[in-house]
Every structure is written in structure tokens, then in C-alpha cells.
Design a binder for this molecule. Structure first.
Ligand SMILES: [Zn+2]
Length: 202
């Protein structure tokens, strides 16, 4: 069944109408005519495969206005969108803070390892202790590094690379971080939403 509306839309879009069910394609290059078949709802070019429904075509031509909203509906939608945006911003800020905290922690432990390492090297090379029992303290610091680095690295990997839901849960509840950290250490990796594994580098 042909439709004046679809015909009008096709004309508007630059198709040359041949009949109430056929038109020349505006998208095909070449000379064959009447390759577009159309009815009230659909138009389809058998040559190039172009296809559209009436609603989509009207929208693409800028002829279809979405149902207009009352001022109250518009205001309600605006408030909903604003509230959603604010929630999203709060979550992003919380996640960012957790990321920076985890990164800072890794950097601290790294710095501790570097300092202790270079002092130990110096002392072993014959440098005098800068204070009594320095070598013992340096060893103690290295033990601390050894104890702290795995958890710091796991926390960083989770907040940096884990699936979004896991990152958020991790950021939102500092009390509940033990479980995901232990899981990352046991498994040796965290998994993002696409299923990719990120090795926890120690
Ligand atoms: Zn075509």
C-alpha cells in the first residue's frame, strides 16, 4: 500500500517518485530507475540496500518533532537529569580520591624501598652508620616494604583497572577493602569489565 506521506518524505529527501510504490534512489549512482520500493511504513532500495522507515526518515529530515513537554514535565525531567549528574559527579570524585590515595601509598612504599636500599648499599660498602643501629633500622624498613607493598599494589590495581562496579565498591567502602585486596593477591590479577586481566605487579 502506498502512502502520500512516505512519498512526500522521499521527494523531500531527493528521491524521484515513479509511481505510488516506486521511486528512483537518491543514494545510488548509476542509471537504473525505480529501484526503491516503498509503502506507508518502509522504503527500500533493491540496488544499494538503502532502507528507512517513515519515522526515521522524517526525523532525519528534521520534520519530526518529539512530543512536546508541558512546562511541569520539562522541569521534572530537568531536575532528574541534574540530580543524576550530581550523583555521578560525587561518585567520580570518590573514585578519584581513592585512586589518588592508592597511588600515593604505592609511591610512599616505593620511596621507602629506594631509601632503605641505597642506605643499605652504602653501609655494606663501608660507609659509617649515621646513627646508632642504622643498619638494623634499614633492615626493618625493608621488612616493612616487603610486608606493605603487595597490599598497596593490589589496592592500586583494583582502583585503576578493575571493572567499574568493583572500583566503585572499593572506593565507596574503605572498611570492605580487605576482601578484594586479598582476592587480587591470591589470584595475582584484577579483571576489568571486558574480562581482561591485569597482573598485580609487586
Ligand atoms: Zn539505491
Amino acid at each position: 500500500m502506498s502512502s502520500p506521506l512516505m512519498g512526500d518524505l522521499l521527494s523531500h529527501a531527493g528521491f524521484c517518485l515513479r509511481s505510488r510504490t516506486r521511486a528512483d534512489c537518491a543514494h545510488c549512482s548509476g542509471t537504473s530507475t525505480g529501484t526503491v520500493a516503498y509503502n506507508a511504513e518502509l522504503a527500500h532500495c533493491f540496488r544499494c540496500g538503502w532502507a528507512a522507515n517513515a519515522r526515521g526518515l522524517a526525523r532525519s529530515l528534521g520534520l519530526l518533532r518529539e512530543k512536546s513537554l508541558s512546562p511541569e514535565e520539562y522541569e521534572r525531567l530537568r531536575r532528574e537529569r541534574q540530580a543524576l549528574r550530581q550523583h555521578a559527579e560525587v561518585l567520580l570524585a570518590v573514585e578519584k580520591a581513592a585512586f589518588l590515595e592508592a597511588q600515593e601509598r604505592v609511591l610512599q612504599v616505593e620511596a621507602m624501598r629506594r631509601n632503605a636500599g641505597s642506605r643499605l648499599g652504602a653501609l655494606r660498602g663501608g660507609a659509617p652508620e649515621r646513627y646508632a643501629c642504622e643498619e638494623e633500622n634499614v633492615w626493618q624498613a625493608l621488612v616493612e616494604v616487603h610486608n606493605q607493598m603487595p597490599r598497596a599494589a593490589a589496592a592500586y590495581n583494583i582502583i585503576a583497572f578493575a571493572a567499574h562496579r568493583d572500583r566503585l565498591a572499593f572506593a565507596l567502602d574503605p572498611q570492605a577493602r580487605d576482601r578484594p585486596i586479598s582476592a587480587a593477591l591470591e589470584g595475582g590479577h584484577v579483571i576489568d569489565e571486558r574480562g581482561y586481566r591485569f597482573e598485580v605487579q609487586l
